[in-house]
Design a protein around this ligand. Sequence first.
Ligand code: FAD
Length: 457
Amino acid sequence: MAVGAAGYVFRPSTLDGVRRVLELAAERGVPVVPRGAGCSYGDAAIVAEGIVLDTSRMRRVLAWDPETGIVDVEPGVPVADLWRYVLGDGWWPPVVTGTMVPTVGGVLAANGHGKNAWRRGPIGEHCLELDLMTADGAVTTVSPKSDPELYYAVPGSFGQLGIVVRARLAMKRVASGLVEVEAVSAPDLEGMLRLLEDGLGRWEYLVGWIDAFPGGRRLGRGLVHLARHLEPGEDPEPAQTLRAERQDLPDTLLGIVPRSVVWRALKPLTNRPGMRTVNAVKYRLGATVGEDARYRQTLAEFSFLLDSVPGWKRIYRPGGMIQHQSFVPTGRAHDVFAAQLEACRRAGLPSFLAVLKRHRPDPFLLSHGVDGYSLALDFPVIAGSRRRLWKLVRRLGELTVEAGGRFYPAKDAALPGELYRASFPGGELDRFLRLKARLDPDGFLRSALADRLFTSG
Ligand SMILES: Cc1cc2nc3c(=O)[nH]c(=O)nc-3n(C[C@H](O)[C@H](O)[C@H](O)COP(=O)(O)OP(=O)(O)OC[C@H]3O[C@@H](n4cnc5c(N)ncnc54)[C@H](O)[C@@H]3O)c2cc1C
Protein backbone atom coordinates (compact mmCIF):
# COMPACT_ATOMS: atom_id res chain seq x y z
CA MET A 1 0.00 0.00 0.00
CA ALA A 2 2.86 2.37 0.75
CA VAL A 3 4.85 1.26 -2.28
CA GLY A 4 3.77 0.41 -5.80
CA ALA A 5 4.90 -0.41 -9.31
CA ALA A 6 3.29 -0.47 -12.74
CA GLY A 7 3.27 -3.81 -14.53
CA TYR A 8 1.15 -6.08 -16.75
CA VAL A 9 -1.27 -8.33 -14.88
CA PHE A 10 -2.05 -11.80 -16.20
CA ARG A 11 -4.61 -14.04 -14.53
CA PRO A 12 -4.19 -17.55 -15.89
CA SER A 13 -6.66 -20.22 -14.81
CA THR A 14 -4.71 -23.33 -15.85
CA LEU A 15 -1.20 -24.76 -15.63
CA ASP A 16 -0.71 -24.17 -19.35
CA GLY A 17 -1.79 -20.59 -18.83
CA VAL A 18 0.87 -20.12 -16.13
CA ARG A 19 3.47 -21.65 -18.44
CA ARG A 20 2.47 -19.31 -21.28
CA VAL A 21 2.94 -16.31 -18.99
CA LEU A 22 6.48 -17.49 -18.18
CA GLU A 23 7.19 -18.05 -21.89
CA LEU A 24 5.94 -14.58 -22.71
CA ALA A 25 8.20 -13.08 -20.05
CA ALA A 26 11.18 -14.98 -21.48
CA GLU A 27 10.36 -13.82 -25.04
CA ARG A 28 10.08 -10.20 -23.93
CA GLY A 29 12.94 -10.38 -21.43
CA VAL A 30 10.83 -8.95 -18.61
CA PRO A 31 10.60 -10.15 -14.98
CA VAL A 32 7.63 -12.01 -13.50
CA VAL A 33 6.29 -11.79 -9.96
CA PRO A 34 3.69 -14.23 -8.64
CA ARG A 35 0.81 -12.68 -6.73
CA GLY A 36 -1.95 -14.20 -4.62
CA ALA A 37 -4.37 -11.84 -2.90
CA GLY A 38 -1.85 -9.01 -2.51
CA CYS A 39 -2.08 -9.06 1.30
CA SER A 40 1.68 -8.51 1.58
CA TYR A 41 1.21 -4.79 1.63
CA GLY A 42 4.94 -4.16 1.33
CA ASP A 43 6.81 -4.89 -1.87
CA ALA A 44 6.64 -8.72 -1.95
CA ALA A 45 4.24 -9.07 -4.87
CA ILE A 46 5.20 -6.15 -7.10
CA VAL A 47 7.85 -5.65 -9.78
CA ALA A 48 8.47 -2.60 -11.92
CA GLU A 49 7.83 -2.92 -15.65
CA GLY A 50 7.28 -6.62 -15.46
CA ILE A 51 4.51 -9.18 -15.40
CA VAL A 52 2.34 -9.83 -12.38
CA LEU A 53 1.20 -13.45 -12.44
CA ASP A 54 -2.02 -13.31 -10.44
CA THR A 55 -3.17 -16.76 -9.26
CA SER A 56 -6.60 -15.66 -8.03
CA ARG A 57 -8.44 -17.63 -10.75
CA MET A 58 -6.71 -20.87 -9.74
CA ARG A 59 -8.87 -21.50 -6.71
CA ARG A 60 -10.12 -25.06 -6.87
CA VAL A 61 -9.94 -27.63 -4.13
CA LEU A 62 -8.50 -30.57 -6.10
CA ALA A 63 -8.87 -33.39 -3.57
CA TRP A 64 -10.14 -33.79 -0.01
CA ASP A 65 -10.07 -36.79 2.29
CA PRO A 66 -12.28 -36.19 5.34
CA GLU A 67 -10.87 -39.31 7.00
CA THR A 68 -7.24 -38.17 7.00
CA GLY A 69 -7.71 -34.40 6.75
CA ILE A 70 -5.41 -34.13 3.74
CA VAL A 71 -6.35 -31.58 1.10
CA ASP A 72 -4.90 -30.70 -2.30
CA VAL A 73 -5.50 -27.16 -3.48
CA GLU A 74 -4.63 -24.82 -6.30
CA PRO A 75 -2.45 -21.89 -5.23
CA GLY A 76 -5.12 -19.20 -5.45
CA VAL A 77 -7.45 -20.85 -2.92
CA PRO A 78 -8.04 -18.23 -0.23
CA VAL A 79 -7.60 -19.22 3.42
CA ALA A 80 -11.34 -18.43 3.73
CA ASP A 81 -12.27 -21.12 1.17
CA LEU A 82 -9.92 -23.62 2.78
CA TRP A 83 -11.39 -23.52 6.27
CA ARG A 84 -14.95 -23.30 4.96
CA TYR A 85 -14.36 -26.44 2.90
CA VAL A 86 -12.94 -28.62 5.68
CA LEU A 87 -14.73 -27.40 8.82
CA GLY A 88 -17.96 -29.33 8.29
CA ASP A 89 -15.96 -32.57 8.47
CA GLY A 90 -14.37 -31.54 11.78
CA TRP A 91 -11.07 -30.10 10.52
CA TRP A 92 -9.40 -26.71 10.65
CA PRO A 93 -6.12 -25.46 9.08
CA PRO A 94 -3.32 -25.92 11.64
CA VAL A 95 -1.93 -22.48 10.75
CA VAL A 96 -4.08 -19.49 9.81
CA THR A 97 -3.02 -15.89 9.34
CA GLY A 98 -4.77 -12.94 10.99
CA THR A 99 -6.97 -12.46 7.94
CA MET A 100 -8.67 -15.09 5.79
CA VAL A 101 -8.14 -13.16 2.55
CA PRO A 102 -4.61 -14.43 1.60
CA THR A 103 -4.18 -17.39 -0.72
CA VAL A 104 -2.57 -20.71 0.15
CA GLY A 105 0.18 -20.02 -2.42
CA GLY A 106 0.91 -16.59 -0.96
CA VAL A 107 0.99 -17.79 2.65
CA LEU A 108 3.24 -20.72 1.70
CA ALA A 109 5.59 -18.43 -0.22
CA ALA A 110 5.91 -16.25 2.90
CA ASN A 111 5.87 -19.31 5.24
CA GLY A 112 3.22 -17.58 7.29
CA HIS A 113 2.55 -18.30 10.93
CA GLY A 114 -0.45 -18.05 13.24
CA LYS A 115 -1.13 -17.27 16.87
CA ASN A 116 -0.07 -20.85 17.62
CA ALA A 117 3.38 -20.51 15.99
CA TRP A 118 5.07 -21.52 19.27
CA ARG A 119 3.40 -24.91 18.91
CA ARG A 120 2.66 -25.58 15.22
CA GLY A 121 5.44 -23.62 13.53
CA PRO A 122 4.84 -21.99 10.14
CA ILE A 123 2.50 -23.29 7.42
CA GLY A 124 5.40 -24.98 5.60
CA GLU A 125 5.49 -27.61 8.34
CA HIS A 126 1.98 -28.70 7.37
CA CYS A 127 2.61 -28.87 3.63
CA LEU A 128 3.19 -32.50 2.72
CA GLU A 129 4.17 -31.83 -0.87
CA LEU A 130 3.84 -29.15 -3.50
CA ASP A 131 4.08 -28.78 -7.27
CA LEU A 132 6.53 -26.09 -8.26
CA MET A 133 6.63 -24.61 -11.75
CA THR A 134 10.13 -23.28 -12.29
CA ALA A 135 11.02 -20.42 -14.64
CA ASP A 136 11.53 -22.86 -17.55
CA GLY A 137 7.90 -24.05 -17.25
CA ALA A 138 8.77 -27.49 -15.84
CA VAL A 139 6.65 -28.75 -12.94
CA THR A 140 8.31 -30.74 -10.15
CA THR A 141 6.58 -32.39 -7.21
CA VAL A 142 8.61 -31.53 -4.14
CA SER A 143 8.33 -33.21 -0.73
CA PRO A 144 10.66 -33.48 2.26
CA LYS A 145 11.72 -36.91 0.99
CA SER A 146 12.01 -36.26 -2.76
CA ASP A 147 14.14 -33.11 -2.54
CA PRO A 148 14.73 -31.82 1.00
CA GLU A 149 16.99 -28.99 -0.15
CA LEU A 150 14.29 -27.50 -2.37
CA TYR A 151 11.39 -28.42 -0.09
CA TYR A 152 12.85 -26.51 2.86
CA ALA A 153 13.71 -23.54 0.66
CA VAL A 154 10.35 -22.86 -1.02
CA PRO A 155 8.36 -21.71 2.05
CA GLY A 156 9.87 -18.32 2.79
CA SER A 157 11.23 -17.87 -0.74
CA PHE A 158 8.57 -15.27 -1.62
CA GLY A 159 8.03 -16.74 -5.06
CA GLN A 160 11.65 -16.50 -6.13
CA LEU A 161 12.28 -20.21 -6.80
CA GLY A 162 9.14 -20.94 -8.82
CA ILE A 163 5.36 -20.76 -8.82
CA VAL A 164 3.57 -23.06 -6.37
CA VAL A 165 0.84 -24.52 -8.57
CA ARG A 166 -0.52 -27.14 -6.16
CA ALA A 167 -0.10 -27.73 -2.45
CA ARG A 168 -1.02 -30.75 -0.32
CA LEU A 169 -1.76 -29.70 3.25
CA ALA A 170 -2.55 -31.62 6.42
CA MET A 171 -5.48 -30.19 8.39
CA LYS A 172 -5.97 -30.37 12.17
CA ARG A 173 -8.89 -32.24 13.87
CA VAL A 174 -11.30 -30.06 15.84
CA ALA A 175 -14.25 -31.18 17.96
CA SER A 176 -16.10 -27.86 17.82
CA GLY A 177 -16.34 -24.66 15.83
CA LEU A 178 -15.69 -22.70 19.03
CA VAL A 179 -12.62 -21.79 21.05
CA GLU A 180 -12.40 -20.82 24.70
CA VAL A 181 -10.64 -17.49 25.11
CA GLU A 182 -9.07 -15.91 28.18
CA ALA A 183 -8.33 -12.18 28.14
CA VAL A 184 -5.87 -10.76 30.65
CA SER A 185 -4.43 -7.27 30.88
CA ALA A 186 -0.73 -6.62 31.44
CA PRO A 187 0.49 -3.36 33.00
CA ASP A 188 3.82 -3.38 31.13
CA LEU A 189 5.99 -5.34 28.73
CA GLU A 190 7.49 -7.52 31.43
CA GLY A 191 4.02 -8.52 32.63
CA MET A 192 2.93 -9.24 29.08
CA LEU A 193 5.89 -11.50 28.31
CA ARG A 194 5.36 -13.32 31.60
CA LEU A 195 1.68 -13.96 30.79
CA LEU A 196 2.59 -15.33 27.37
CA GLU A 197 5.36 -17.51 28.78
CA ASP A 198 2.99 -18.89 31.44
CA GLY A 199 0.45 -19.71 28.72
CA LEU A 200 2.82 -22.02 26.84
CA GLY A 201 1.66 -25.61 26.96
CA ARG A 202 -1.73 -24.65 28.43
CA TRP A 203 -3.17 -22.79 25.46
CA GLU A 204 -3.04 -23.41 21.68
CA TYR A 205 -3.15 -19.73 20.73
CA LEU A 206 -1.27 -16.87 22.43
CA VAL A 207 -1.26 -13.27 21.27
CA GLY A 208 -0.47 -9.98 22.96
CA TRP A 209 -1.73 -6.57 21.86
CA ILE A 210 0.39 -3.61 22.99
CA ASP A 211 -0.63 0.00 23.43
CA ALA A 212 2.54 1.47 21.90
CA PHE A 213 1.87 5.06 22.97
CA PRO A 214 2.77 5.31 26.68
CA GLY A 215 6.36 5.19 27.91
CA GLY A 216 7.94 4.93 31.34
CA ARG A 217 6.35 2.44 33.72
CA ARG A 218 3.50 1.83 31.28
CA LEU A 219 5.77 0.97 28.35
CA GLY A 220 4.46 -2.15 26.64
CA ARG A 221 1.16 -2.31 28.53
CA GLY A 222 -1.56 -4.24 26.78
CA LEU A 223 -3.87 -7.21 26.61
CA VAL A 224 -3.09 -10.87 26.20
CA HIS A 225 -5.52 -13.27 24.54
CA LEU A 226 -5.08 -16.98 25.13
CA ALA A 227 -7.30 -19.54 23.45
CA ARG A 228 -7.79 -23.28 23.13
CA HIS A 229 -9.97 -25.58 21.05
CA LEU A 230 -12.87 -27.19 22.89
CA GLU A 231 -12.43 -30.86 23.78
CA PRO A 232 -15.01 -33.46 22.65
CA GLY A 233 -18.07 -33.12 24.89
CA GLU A 234 -17.48 -29.48 25.84
CA ASP A 235 -19.58 -28.05 23.01
CA PRO A 236 -23.27 -28.98 23.45
CA GLU A 237 -23.96 -28.60 19.72
CA PRO A 238 -20.80 -29.33 17.70
CA ALA A 239 -22.74 -30.26 14.56
CA GLN A 240 -24.05 -26.69 14.51
CA THR A 241 -20.88 -24.79 15.42
CA LEU A 242 -18.91 -26.77 12.82
CA ARG A 243 -21.14 -25.43 10.03
CA ALA A 244 -19.25 -22.82 8.03
CA GLU A 245 -22.24 -20.45 7.92
CA ARG A 246 -22.39 -20.42 11.73
CA GLN A 247 -18.90 -18.89 11.71
CA ASP A 248 -19.94 -15.87 9.63
CA LEU A 249 -19.55 -12.55 11.36
CA PRO A 250 -22.80 -10.55 11.60
CA ASP A 251 -23.11 -7.84 8.92
CA THR A 252 -23.77 -5.20 11.56
CA LEU A 253 -22.23 -4.05 14.83
CA LEU A 254 -24.69 -4.15 17.76
CA GLY A 255 -27.36 -5.03 15.19
CA ILE A 256 -27.39 -1.45 13.83
CA VAL A 257 -24.15 -0.19 12.25
CA PRO A 258 -23.19 -1.96 9.00
CA ARG A 259 -19.62 -3.27 9.33
CA SER A 260 -18.89 -2.00 5.83
CA VAL A 261 -18.97 1.61 7.13
CA VAL A 262 -16.91 1.09 10.30
CA TRP A 263 -13.70 2.10 8.55
CA ARG A 264 -15.28 5.50 7.79
CA ALA A 265 -15.76 6.09 11.53
CA LEU A 266 -12.16 5.08 12.19
CA LYS A 267 -10.64 7.22 9.45
CA PRO A 268 -10.86 10.59 11.29
CA LEU A 269 -9.12 8.91 14.24
CA THR A 270 -6.25 7.56 12.16
CA ASN A 271 -3.68 10.09 13.27
CA ARG A 272 -1.40 10.24 16.31
CA PRO A 273 -3.79 11.92 18.80
CA GLY A 274 -6.71 9.82 17.57
CA MET A 275 -4.85 6.52 17.80
CA ARG A 276 -3.42 7.44 21.19
CA THR A 277 -7.02 7.73 22.40
CA VAL A 278 -8.24 4.59 20.60
CA ASN A 279 -5.36 2.54 22.08
CA ALA A 280 -5.90 3.94 25.59
CA VAL A 281 -9.65 3.25 25.45
CA LYS A 282 -9.04 -0.26 24.14
CA TYR A 283 -6.60 -0.92 26.98
CA ARG A 284 -8.93 0.45 29.64
CA LEU A 285 -11.95 -1.50 28.34
CA GLY A 286 -9.85 -4.67 28.28
CA ALA A 287 -8.35 -3.93 31.69
CA THR A 288 -11.77 -3.59 33.31
CA VAL A 289 -12.47 -7.16 32.27
CA GLY A 290 -9.94 -8.04 34.96
CA GLU A 291 -7.96 -11.21 35.46
CA ASP A 292 -9.16 -14.50 34.11
CA ALA A 293 -12.10 -13.35 31.95
CA ARG A 294 -13.19 -16.33 29.88
CA TYR A 295 -15.62 -16.54 27.00
CA ARG A 296 -16.30 -18.58 23.86
CA GLN A 297 -15.90 -17.37 20.30
CA THR A 298 -16.24 -18.97 16.89
CA LEU A 299 -12.96 -20.02 15.29
CA ALA A 300 -13.38 -17.42 12.56
CA GLU A 301 -14.18 -14.60 14.97
CA PHE A 302 -11.12 -15.36 17.10
CA SER A 303 -8.73 -16.05 14.23
CA PHE A 304 -9.55 -13.27 11.76
CA LEU A 305 -10.01 -10.18 13.89
CA LEU A 306 -9.14 -7.63 11.21
CA ASP A 307 -11.69 -9.10 8.82
CA SER A 308 -14.39 -7.81 11.14
CA VAL A 309 -13.68 -4.30 9.79
CA PRO A 310 -14.07 -4.71 6.02
CA GLY A 311 -12.01 -2.26 3.97
CA TRP A 312 -9.90 -1.28 7.04
CA LYS A 313 -6.88 -0.54 4.81
CA ARG A 314 -8.70 2.54 3.50
CA ILE A 315 -8.20 4.26 6.86
CA TYR A 316 -4.52 4.61 5.92
CA ARG A 317 -5.14 6.35 2.61
CA PRO A 318 -3.57 8.16 0.88
CA GLY A 319 -0.06 7.28 2.18
CA GLY A 320 -0.69 3.65 3.04
CA MET A 321 1.12 1.74 5.76
CA ILE A 322 3.97 -0.65 6.40
CA GLN A 323 4.59 -3.25 9.03
CA HIS A 324 7.91 -4.19 10.57
CA GLN A 325 8.05 -7.55 12.35
CA SER A 326 11.14 -8.66 14.21
CA PHE A 327 11.84 -11.97 15.95
CA VAL A 328 14.06 -12.01 19.02
CA PRO A 329 15.28 -14.90 21.24
CA THR A 330 13.43 -15.12 24.57
CA GLY A 331 16.31 -13.94 26.75
CA ARG A 332 16.70 -10.71 24.76
CA ALA A 333 13.03 -10.08 23.88
CA HIS A 334 12.20 -7.71 26.72
CA ASP A 335 15.20 -5.43 26.25
CA VAL A 336 15.01 -5.34 22.46
CA PHE A 337 11.26 -4.71 22.28
CA ALA A 338 11.46 -2.07 25.02
CA ALA A 339 14.23 -0.34 23.06
CA GLN A 340 12.20 -0.60 19.84
CA LEU A 341 9.04 0.85 21.40
CA GLU A 342 11.12 3.63 22.95
CA ALA A 343 12.86 4.33 19.61
CA CYS A 344 9.44 4.69 17.95
CA ARG A 345 8.29 7.10 20.62
CA ARG A 346 11.48 9.16 20.44
CA ALA A 347 11.15 9.39 16.66
CA GLY A 348 7.59 10.66 17.11
CA LEU A 349 6.33 7.61 15.21
CA PRO A 350 4.57 5.33 17.68
CA SER A 351 3.10 2.22 16.10
CA PHE A 352 -0.67 2.40 15.62
CA LEU A 353 -1.00 -1.37 16.13
CA ALA A 354 1.57 -3.52 17.93
CA VAL A 355 1.25 -7.29 18.31
CA LEU A 356 3.39 -9.84 20.17
CA LYS A 357 3.55 -13.56 19.36
CA ARG A 358 5.56 -16.54 20.63
CA HIS A 359 7.54 -18.66 18.14
CA ARG A 360 9.94 -21.57 17.89
CA PRO A 361 12.67 -22.52 15.42
CA ASP A 362 11.77 -24.48 12.28
CA PRO A 363 13.79 -26.27 9.59
CA PHE A 364 13.26 -23.83 6.69
CA LEU A 365 16.21 -22.23 4.93
CA LEU A 366 15.05 -18.62 5.18
CA SER A 367 13.22 -19.17 8.44
CA HIS A 368 12.02 -16.32 10.59
CA GLY A 369 11.30 -18.66 13.49
CA VAL A 370 13.35 -18.25 16.66
CA ASP A 371 12.90 -19.65 20.16
CA GLY A 372 11.44 -16.38 21.28
CA TYR A 373 9.00 -13.63 20.45
CA SER A 374 8.00 -11.45 17.54
CA LEU A 375 6.83 -7.87 17.70
CA ALA A 376 4.85 -6.62 14.70
CA LEU A 377 4.58 -2.84 14.46
CA ASP A 378 2.18 -1.14 12.03
CA PHE A 379 3.07 2.36 10.89
CA PRO A 380 1.06 4.74 8.72
CA VAL A 381 3.07 6.33 5.95
CA ILE A 382 2.22 9.99 6.42
CA ALA A 383 3.39 12.73 4.07
CA GLY A 384 6.56 14.32 5.41
CA SER A 385 7.50 11.43 7.71
CA ARG A 386 8.51 8.83 5.15
CA ARG A 387 12.28 9.37 5.46
CA ARG A 388 12.06 9.37 9.24
CA LEU A 389 10.04 6.15 9.15
CA TRP A 390 12.54 4.39 6.88
CA LYS A 391 15.35 5.55 9.21
CA LEU A 392 13.43 4.27 12.22
CA VAL A 393 12.92 0.85 10.61
CA ARG A 394 16.67 0.66 10.06
CA ARG A 395 17.23 1.33 13.78
CA LEU A 396 14.63 -1.30 14.76
CA GLY A 397 16.37 -3.77 12.44
CA GLU A 398 19.79 -3.04 13.93
CA LEU A 399 18.47 -3.79 17.42
CA THR A 400 17.11 -7.13 16.19
CA VAL A 401 20.30 -8.14 14.40
CA GLU A 402 22.45 -7.25 17.44
CA ALA A 403 20.29 -9.67 19.46
CA GLY A 404 20.66 -12.50 16.94
CA GLY A 405 17.09 -12.09 15.69
CA ARG A 406 15.27 -12.53 12.39
CA PHE A 407 12.66 -10.73 10.29
CA TYR A 408 9.35 -11.56 8.60
CA PRO A 409 9.42 -9.37 5.52
CA ALA A 410 5.90 -10.07 4.22
CA LYS A 411 4.49 -6.66 5.05
CA ASP A 412 7.67 -4.61 5.37
CA ALA A 413 9.03 -2.35 2.63
CA ALA A 414 11.71 -0.47 4.50
CA LEU A 415 14.10 -3.04 6.02
CA PRO A 416 17.53 -2.55 4.40
CA GLY A 417 19.01 -5.54 2.56
CA GLU A 418 22.21 -5.59 4.59
CA LEU A 419 20.26 -6.10 7.82
CA TYR A 420 18.21 -8.92 6.33
CA ARG A 421 21.46 -10.55 5.18
CA ALA A 422 23.04 -10.02 8.62
CA SER A 423 20.14 -11.93 10.19
CA PHE A 424 21.48 -15.07 8.45
CA PRO A 425 25.04 -15.33 9.80
CA GLY A 426 25.12 -19.04 8.85
CA GLY A 427 25.21 -18.22 5.13
CA GLU A 428 21.60 -19.32 4.51
CA LEU A 429 20.95 -16.43 2.13
CA ASP A 430 23.94 -17.41 -0.03
CA ARG A 431 22.72 -21.00 -0.16
CA PHE A 432 19.33 -19.70 -1.19
CA LEU A 433 20.84 -17.56 -3.96
CA ARG A 434 22.81 -20.55 -5.28
CA LEU A 435 19.58 -22.52 -5.47
CA LYS A 436 17.90 -19.59 -7.20
CA ALA A 437 20.74 -19.37 -9.75
CA ARG A 438 20.28 -23.08 -10.53
CA LEU A 439 16.48 -22.94 -10.91
CA ASP A 440 16.14 -19.53 -12.52
CA PRO A 441 19.50 -18.80 -14.18
CA ASP A 442 18.17 -15.83 -16.14
CA GLY A 443 16.53 -14.30 -13.07
CA PHE A 444 13.03 -14.03 -14.57
CA LEU A 445 11.33 -14.39 -11.19
CA ARG A 446 11.86 -11.08 -9.48
CA SER A 447 10.12 -8.74 -7.09
CA ALA A 448 10.84 -5.43 -5.46
CA LEU A 449 11.26 -7.33 -2.17
CA ALA A 450 13.79 -9.75 -3.69
CA ASP A 451 15.76 -6.85 -5.21
CA ARG A 452 15.80 -5.10 -1.83
CA LEU A 453 16.47 -8.02 0.51
CA PHE A 454 17.86 -11.01 -1.35
CA THR A 455 20.20 -9.55 -3.92
CA SER A 456 21.12 -6.14 -2.51
CA GLY A 457 23.10 -5.65 0.70
C1 FAD B 1 -4.56 -8.08 7.96
C2 FAD B 1 -3.42 -9.03 7.71
C3 FAD B 1 -3.06 -9.92 8.71
C4 FAD B 1 -2.01 -10.80 8.50
N1 FAD B 1 -1.70 -11.69 9.48
C5 FAD B 1 -0.67 -12.53 9.31
C6 FAD B 1 -0.33 -13.47 10.32
O1 FAD B 1 -0.97 -13.57 11.35
N2 FAD B 1 0.72 -14.30 10.09
C7 FAD B 1 1.44 -14.25 8.93
O2 FAD B 1 2.38 -15.03 8.78
N3 FAD B 1 1.13 -13.38 7.95
C8 FAD B 1 0.10 -12.53 8.12
N4 FAD B 1 -0.23 -11.67 7.13
C9 FAD B 1 0.61 -11.62 5.94
C10 FAD B 1 0.15 -12.58 4.86
O3 FAD B 1 -0.06 -13.87 5.37
C11 FAD B 1 1.25 -12.67 3.80
O4 FAD B 1 1.50 -11.39 3.35
C12 FAD B 1 0.88 -13.59 2.65
O5 FAD B 1 2.01 -13.77 1.85
C13 FAD B 1 -0.24 -12.99 1.83
O6 FAD B 1 -0.70 -13.93 0.88
P1 FAD B 1 -1.29 -13.41 -0.50
O7 FAD B 1 -2.03 -14.53 -1.11
O8 FAD B 1 -2.03 -12.16 -0.31
O9 FAD B 1 0.06 -13.19 -1.30
P2 FAD B 1 0.66 -11.88 -1.99
O10 FAD B 1 0.68 -10.77 -1.01
O11 FAD B 1 -0.03 -11.63 -3.26
O12 FAD B 1 2.12 -12.39 -2.26
C14 FAD B 1 2.97 -12.69 -1.17
C15 FAD B 1 4.25 -13.34 -1.67
O13 FAD B 1 3.96 -14.65 -2.14
C16 FAD B 1 4.40 -14.81 -3.49
N5 FAD B 1 3.43 -15.72 -4.11
C17 FAD B 1 2.08 -15.55 -4.16
N6 FAD B 1 1.52 -16.63 -4.74
C18 FAD B 1 2.53 -17.49 -5.04
C19 FAD B 1 2.57 -18.78 -5.66
N7 FAD B 1 1.48 -19.42 -6.08
N8 FAD B 1 3.78 -19.36 -5.82
C20 FAD B 1 4.92 -18.73 -5.40
N9 FAD B 1 4.92 -17.51 -4.82
C21 FAD B 1 3.73 -16.91 -4.63
C22 FAD B 1 4.43 -13.41 -4.05
O14 FAD B 1 5.35 -13.29 -5.11
C23 FAD B 1 4.88 -12.61 -2.84
O15 FAD B 1 6.27 -12.65 -2.70
C24 FAD B 1 -1.30 -10.79 7.27
C25 FAD B 1 -1.67 -9.90 6.27
C26 FAD B 1 -2.72 -9.03 6.48
C27 FAD B 1 -3.13 -8.09 5.37
